[in-house]
Design a protein around this ligand. Structure first.
Ligand code: ZN
Length: 52
């Protein structure tokens, strides 16, 4: 199964994925969801784009 970066949508080589828990507001609650990224950079950018 191919893993894609949650931010830039590029396919990630197996074993190279960077896991990051994203915090976001769902209704009135703070929720967290784990995503896979191709790099730290993408994880940081995605978190910033979704900052509550
Ligand atoms: Zn990426």
């Amino acid at each position: 199964m191919e893993i894609k970066c949650a931010y830039c949508r590029k396919p990630i080589e197996q074993g190279k994925e960077v896991k990051n828990e994203l915090l976001f507001i769902q209704g009135a609650q703070l929720a967290r969801k784990e995503h896979d990224y191709c790099s730290e950079q993408c994880a940081v950018h995605h978190q910033m784009a979704n900052e509550p």
